[in-house]
Design a protein. Structure first.
Length: 465
């Protein structure tokens, strides 16, 4: 942030502190309505003791714009503090999709009370949206859009836009329906602006409409927007009835939330429902302890494997020195592969149909990476054995070969496991992110020990073992 921007922020806060102390509602409203929406949101976060006064002090249209970009805990606190009349104004002013996003996070008894505050039409829309499955496109859509008929002239279309456009989420695209309400086409507004008023809508239609089903997963909406470069997409029922539209800002918000959840799962914890600093300590503990216990139980298998090979370890204690090296290399390889594939799945770079391509690439990667580490490990043993002759004994060459080949096998196995597990979970309908880096590392630790000690037994039998 530049020095000029920092000074502007300081000036804004100083002005706010002076004006809020005056308790002059008109002056406060003029000041807040004159600021950028994001700046007002920053004031809400910084001056929590005045957050409800800030929202209540603005014009209701701008207050709704600020409210919709706030974090849920802040939204919840403001609603709890606002008078019922102001809450009703705010909820009725919010776009239907943003209102639905807020309400679905609240307990059902609270939702019932807040829905009573809505106007009949807004209540009907909200109940309809809340009726769609969680994480479906239906929860994202807004019913505020402009629709026309194919028999309309461009002049009639422009008149329709003037009448209802101000209440629409966007007028970049206008939707063509028939008398049954079925979606026929979507046409960019520039087409209406660049053609004569007497021209018919049917003459502009190409019927290459792209739509989302109301029951589609929200991730599909994200993919559709990326592939088609749209600011809004129509949402239809199973019978192709136009129900609403989804805008790019809603999809970006969902994508951001999905990314945060995936990052948390990859780190080996359940997805957090609230910002980290606002989540109660005990709830945070519950989110983390389940995975830690699961991973701990998994690591106990490592002790079981060590117990199985205790005779070999007792005969050649030197083998135990390289256990951390072996299991960490396999775990790191698996973690790398799983993270890359989870990310590729999330952005659509990889699909389930690409599993064999992924497998081939990871086999090659595993061999190359394993060979590189194996060579480093082998020469490290050779160098140390020559500097300190007694450190690895007279069979140090064989030990170096065992460690080198084991690294190739363990890293290869880690790469294959880490890349295939997310695809397998996706195939089973589960979230690939749950094949987190710690989970893959734990799995590869156990199998890595079996590879290492199994190879050592074969190569050192009747020599050291």
């Amino acid at each position: 942030m530049s020095a000029e921007n920092i000074q502007e922020n300081i000036d804004l806060r100083e002005q706010f502190e002076k004006i809020i102390q005056t308790e002059n509602k008109l002056e406060i409203r003029d000041f807040l309505d004159d600021q950028n929406i994001s700046d007002v949101a920053d004031l809400v976060y910084e001056y929590t003791e005045y957050d409800n006064q800030i929202i209540a002090g603005m014009s209701i249209h701008r207050a709704a714009k600020v409210f919709k970009i706030l974090e849920f805990p802040t939204q919840k606190r403001i609603i709890q503090e606002l008078p019922a009349t102001k809450t009703a104004e705010l909820l009725n002013e919010l776009p239907a999709d943003d209102r639905t996003d807020f309400l679905e996070e609240l307990p059902s008894n609270v939702v019932r009370e807040l829905i009573k505050l809505l106007d009949p039409e807004e209540r009907k829309i909200t109940l309809s949206l809340l009726g769609y499955p969680e994480n479906s496109v239906g929860r994202l859509m807004t019913p505020d859009y402009v629709y026309i008929y194919e028999y309309n002239t461009i002049g009639e279309v422009l008149e329709t836009i003037r009448k209802v456009g101000k209440d629409s989420e966007t007028i970049d695209v206008i939707y063509v329906i028939n008398e049954k309400g079925e979606l026929l086409d979507d046409i960019r507004i520039r087409e209406f602006l660049l053609n004569p008023p007497e021209k018919k809508v049917s003459e502009l239609m190409d019927e290459r409409v792209i739509s989302l089903n109301v029951f589609d997963d929200q991730e599909l909406a994200n993919e559709a927007f990326k592939m088609n470069n749209r600011v809004a997409l129509p949402v239809v029922s199973n019978s192709n009835k136009l129900l609403g539209i989804v805008t790019i800002d809603d999809v970006l918000w969902v994508a951001s939330e999905e990314f945060s959840e995936d990052m948390q799962k990859i780190g080996g914890t359940e997805a957090l429902d609230q910002p980290y600093l606002e989540m109660p300590v005990f709830q945070l503990f519950k989110k983390r302890i389940v995975w830690l216990i699961a991973l701990f139980i998994g690591e106990l298998l490592t002790a079981t494997v060590m117990r199985h090979f205790e005779d070999e370890i007792a005969k050649a204690v030197i083998l135990a020195l390289f256990v951390p090296l072996i299991i960490s290399s396999g775990g790191n390889s698996g973690s790398q592969a799983s993270t890359l594939i989870i990310q590729a799945l999330a952005v659509g770079e990889v699909t389930l149909a690409d599993w064999w391509k992924v497998m081939r690439r990871e086999i090659i990667q595993g061999l190359l990476l394993g060979a590189s580490l194996g060579i480093v490990g082998f020469f490290r043993i050779m160098i140390w054995a020559n500097i300190f002759p007694d450190i690895y004994g007279q069979h140090y060459l064989l030990i170096g070969v065992v460690v080198g080949i084991s690294l190739i096998g363990v890293v290869l196995w880690g790469a294959i496991t880490g890349s295939m597990l997310p695809l397998f979970l996706k195939k089973m309908g589960a979230d690939p992110a749950v094949s987190s880096a710690p989970f893959v590392a734990t799995l590869v630790d156990v199998t890595g020990l079996i590879i290492y000690f199994g190879l050592a037994y074969l190569m050192l039998k009747d020599i050291l073992l």
